[in-house]
Each structure stands twice: as structure tokens, then as C-alpha cells.
Design a protein around this ligand. Sequence first.
Ligand SMILES: C[S@@+](CC[C@H](N)C(=O)[O-])C[C@H]1O[C@@H](n2cnc3c(N)ncnc32)[C@H](O)[C@@H]1O
Length: 197
Amino acid sequence: MKLLKASRVGIGANDVTRILILCERKRAKPHIQCHHGNMTDWEASYQQGETPWDRGEAAPALAEIVEKFPTLFKGRILVPGCGLGHDARWLAAQGCEVVGLDIAPTALKKARELDPTHRVEFTQTDLFDLPKILLGSFDIVWEHTCLSAMPPELRPRYAAAYKSALKPGGTIVGVFYLNPDMDPGETGPPFAISGKN
Ligand SMILES: C[S@@+](CC[C@H](N)C(=O)[O-])C[C@H]1O[C@@H](n2cnc3c(N)ncnc32)[C@H](O)[C@@H]1O
């Protein structure tokens, strides 16, 4: 895991948002592509148990980030594309108020089952159609393989959604797979990100 960039960037007219970009070039296990045409059928993937991105535990990057930035994760955190919610539960265990958001009902059902004490608020919501109650209410957006799962044409809407969810001055922290080096036969995330985009 390599901290690629920690910067303060303006993504709106009046606010400044800090983005920590973490780059993981290799995955622990191959990432099978299971998208149909240009769009992944996420619900079908969860129903069929075709979830190669799921580690069965929180992303190791979280603990590494806390080691480097011990006070970073605090306040209210949004985890878009939370899947089975491992990261969301990990962040809640650190004392954060966490909302895990996903469009796939089967993923959320499992996420709730794995969180019997209801520390995380899981919501079936489209990132591109955030309800008013979630707007401008988060200190941090944490994401793991959400952007790299989206077709490039959705990236402007993705950026707008994160901006709208954050409080002014909020922080986006995420693991993005930048030009992952692949072994022969290994596949990467559906829409890996190059240094240029
Ligand atoms: C590659 S998976 C990553 C899941 C989880 N972050 C992880 O690392 O295990 C991408 C996730 O994004 C969700 N997703 C895709 N498009 C979404 C959207 N428009 N709104 C909310 N969630 C979305 C999918 O259902 C899926 O759970």
C-alpha cells in the first residue's frame, strides 16, 4: 500500500476538500470481472456469491491509514458501495458514526446480519440519488473499490455525489486501483484508473 497523494483540492466554488489517495497495485486475490456490457449487475453478483472483491474482512488499508494518520477517522463517515459492510463495521468499532450505503439489497441484508448490535446504519441507496438527509452531513467519505467499479462516464457524477455528501472541508479517503500490475491470467477491477484520469 502506497500513499500516492495527500492534497487539499477545491472541488467546489466555496469549499476545499482534502483527498487522500491510496494506491494498491496488487490485490490479495484475482478480481473476476462480472459486469454485463458496461454495467455490473451487482445484485445478481451478490445473489450468486460472485463477489471476488470481498475480502471477508475490513480492507487492510484502514489499519495502515490509522497508523499514519491516527486522528483521521473521526466524526460521521459515509461508506459508499459498502458491500457486506466490513469496512463500515471496522470504522464504527473505532467510535465513528457510520452510514454504509449500497444499491444491492442482498449485500445489505448480509451486512446487517454481520452487525447484530446495529452499530452501522446501512441504507439501500443509489450513490447518484442521495436523499436530502444525507447531504452535507459527513466528515469523511471512505471508499474501497467503488470508483474502480464504475464506468468512466459516471466519474463526474461520482465526484459530484461525494462532494454533496461531505460537509465543507470534508475528506475523501479511498483505495483506488491505479494501473494494477497483473499476473498472466489475472484480471483487475472493471474500470481501473490511470494516472491521467
Ligand atoms: C467492487 S464492489 C466493492 C464493495 C466493497 N466496498 C468491498 O470492497 O468489498 C462495489 C460496490 O458498489 C456498489 N455500487 C455500485 N454502484 C452503486 C451505486 N450507484 N450506488 C451505491 N452503491 C453502488 C455495488 O453494489 C458493490 O457493492
